[in-house]
Unconditional design. Structure first.
Length: 259
């Protein structure tokens, strides 16, 4: 346990001893703030026009702040994370490989699992800080409207699962190469594939279409945005996270076998 904590502490500090965390978090907040402002401004404009135009006021969906602002907020943030998380994970093992410290690290009296979990949870801690800083957005929604609390709470739960999935795949990509740019590119490409694969479901047969739909991350995020926590969605993300952490562990073990 002590070894795990030391690795976690070292990795977490390394994020803030370099510009990486500051730049990624700043860009994340700028992009998410931009999309939130535009969504909220559009809702405000429609609401104002509805007071003048009775026909527009009858379109309940447009005037529902939960449907028009809260739900799109989580969708926009998840897409931004698709771009930002690979930048957080790209250095975790690639930097160790390039500097040659990975061999030294794996010869210490520390297990591969402790190394992996220490790095994974350090990255998740930075990710959690990023997400926590967006709490201002739902606070503004509550201050200017009456949104449903359920979709906001479950939306953040969904973002946490999505973020953990992104980090697990990103760490796997980082363990494959010593080049950080390649690690980030591979992670982004694979994440984009898992994100968009459901678009091909309608073009495939019933069985293959259902499989593609299930594999897609977007399919399982929709329920959280609607205020529903489905066991199937939770199990999907847990399997996804476990799978890529397991694959990363195998990569680390193969490093020992190759000497």
């Amino acid at each position: 346990m002590r070894n795990f904590y030391l690795i976690f502490k070292k990795e977490f500090k390394s994020y803030f001893s370099s510009p990486i965390a500051y730049v990624v978090i700043t860009m994340f907040l700028i992009l998410s703030g931009y999309f939130f402002y535009n969504t909220f401004a559009l809702f405000s404009t429609i609401s104002f026009n509805a007071t003048i135009d009775p026909a527009l006021a009858k379109q309940v969906g447009l005037l529902n702040i939960t449907e028009s602002v809260a739900r799109p907020l989580f969708g926009n943030i998840s897409v931004i994370l698709l771009l930002m998380v690979p930048l957080l994970t790209m250095r975790l093992f690639s930097e160790e490989k390039k500097s040659g410290t990975i061999e030294l690290l794996l010869t210490y009296p520390v297990t591969d699992m402790e190394v992996l979990l220490g790095k994974f949870l350090a990255c998740m801690a930075v990710f959690t800080i990023m997400i926590a800083l967006t709490v201002l957005y739902p606070i503004l929604i509550i201050a200017f409207g009456q949104p449903e609390a359920g979709p906001i709470i479950t939306g953040y739960i969904g973002l946490f699962f999505v973020g953990a999935s992104f980090v697990s795949l990103g760490i796997f990509a980082s363990s494959l190469t010593e080049n950080q740019i390649i690690a980030a590119t591979v992670a982004f490409g694979l994440l984009l594939l898992f994100w968009m694969i459901s678009f091909s479901a309608s073009l495939a047969g019933p069985i293959v279409g259902d499989i593609l739909s299930y594999i897609s991350m977007t399919t399982h995020l929709e329920g959280f945005a609607k205020g529903v926590i489905d066991t199937e969605d939770v199990v999907y993300y847990l399997i996804f996270i476990t799978l890529f952490l397991f694959l990363t562990l195998r990569i680390l073990e193969s490093k020992k076998w190759r000497g």
